[in-house]
Design a protein around this ligand. Structure first.
Ligand SMILES: Cc1cc2nc3c(=O)[nH]c(=O)nc-3n(C[C@H](O)[C@H](O)[C@H](O)COP(=O)(O)O)c2cc1C
Length: 360
């Protein structure tokens, strides 16, 4: 039975989000096709991959990188996230995101990539609360009042007490500056993705936040993980990241669980095939034809995790260069393997067998 309080609709400032399960910002992944599919399967809100303020100030509508700013009404509400070093440029970049049509502006103070830290961006700001808060103030001032501004934070730069104090200084200061929600990924910047995400820290943050909106991130790989995080930490919403790449079905499962309904069966291979074909078609609407193969290769590798022969299927997707390759991989693995009947047929002595996987 679903606990009513965890099924409460999420609101971020003026934007009613709905059931408290959203798709995180994912650099290299949360482009328009991924976001659209996530919304269709039940993510209540989706966030674009992070963009640099400098990039936003330079980008031209007709340039090769315009796809970063492509959004459509059927994916709303959609958040635009940005990253930068200088408060003034940051705020100007945020205005560009508003002009592009994003519904919520999210500030990234969490990215742990070395090059990003070296340029005093992303997670680096966790070491300098004064600059971080100036960015928040300037961004809030520059963005029209009806558009919510939010912040994404990691737990700190490292495990020291100073890092912890700086986290809370930024967290409290950001709300005082007028942000409408904070998403917390409770790993440190130093930790990157190693080791578990500290959900106890999330619980502590939410207790301190009271009615202020906190979303939780970290180790949400299944629908049950999402329910567990909501129940154990009391956060107002869950932000699904790696668990949603190649698995948009996670959102319908969380939605069903939140509504106290039976959890839908995992997608059949036929269903996966249909969505993967649709994903490629959406990518073709966004990218130059030559870019589609390399972009979709990454997704194919992730989709393959749901396939019973995932290692072999993953290797096949890793060679995709074009729509023909994508179609051929789907025909090889998602047609003959389209359900229990086919599995049974394949286990017959004379049935054609797919090559055995090296490791599974
Ligand atoms: C490939 C990848 C790209 C990411 N890109 C972003 C990003 O652009 N902005 C952001 O705030 N977080 C980004 N993150 C962090 C995720 O949003 C999330 O906080 C983190 O992966 C923890 O959640 P998980 O353990 O459930 O994956 C990224 C993570 C990964 C793995």
């Amino acid at each position: 039975m679903t606990n009513i309080s965890i099924a409460r609709d999420l609101r971020i400032g003026s934007v009613l989000i709905g059931p408290p399960v959203v798709q995180a910002a994912l650099s290299g992944y949360s482009d328009w096709p991924m976001r659209l599919l996530a919304r269709r399967f039940g993510a209540s809100y989706v966030v674009c991959e992070v963009m640099l303020d400098k990039f936003l100030l330079a980008v031209k509508r007709r340039s090769r990188t315009r796809h970063f700013l492509h959004l459509t009404d059927d994916e709303r509400p959609v958040g635009g996230q940005l990253m930068g070093a200088e408060p003034e440029e940051f705020a100007a970049g945020a205005v560009k995101l508003v002009e592009a049509g994003f519904d919520i502006i999210d500030i990234n103070f969490g990215c742990p990539v070395r090059k990003v830290l070296g340029r005093c961006r992303g997670g680096f700001h966790l070491s300098q609360p004064a600059v971080a808060l100036e960015i928040v103030h300037r961004t809030r001032d520059a963005v029209p009042a009806h558009i919510p501004v939010t912040v994404k934070l990691r737990r700190g730069l490292d495990d020291s007490n100073e890092s912890r104090d700086r986290f809370f200084e930024i967290f409290e200061g950001a709300f005082r500056a007028g942000v409408d929600a904070v998403t917390v990924h409770p790993r440190t910047v130093r930790q990157r993705y190693e080791g578990p995400s500290t959900w106890d820290f999330l619980a502590e943050v939410k207790r301190l936040a009271g009615s202020r909106i906190v979303l939780g991130s970290g180790d949400l790989f299944t629908a049950q993980d999402c329910i567990n995080m909501l129940q154990r930490t009391g956060v107002d919403g869950v932000s699904v990241a790696r668990g949603a790449i190649g698995n948009p079905w996670i959102f319908r499962e969380v939605r069903a669980m939140l509504a106290g309904q039976p959890v839908p069966a995992p997608p059949t291979l036929a269903e996966q095939r249909e969505v993967m074909l649709e994903h490629y078609s959406l990518a073709e609407q966004l990218y130059d034809v030559k870019l589609c193969g390399p972009v979709m290769r990454k997704f194919g590798i992730k989709y393959s995790a749901l396939h019973p022969r995932h290692v072999t299927v993953r290797d096949d997707f890793s060679r995709v260069r074009s729509r023909e390759d994508w179609q051929a991989a789907l025909d090889r693995w998602y047609t003959h393997w389209s359900g229990e009947a086919d599995e049974a047929a394949l286990s017959q002595p004379n049935a054609p067998q797919p090559p055995p996987d090296a490791v599974e």
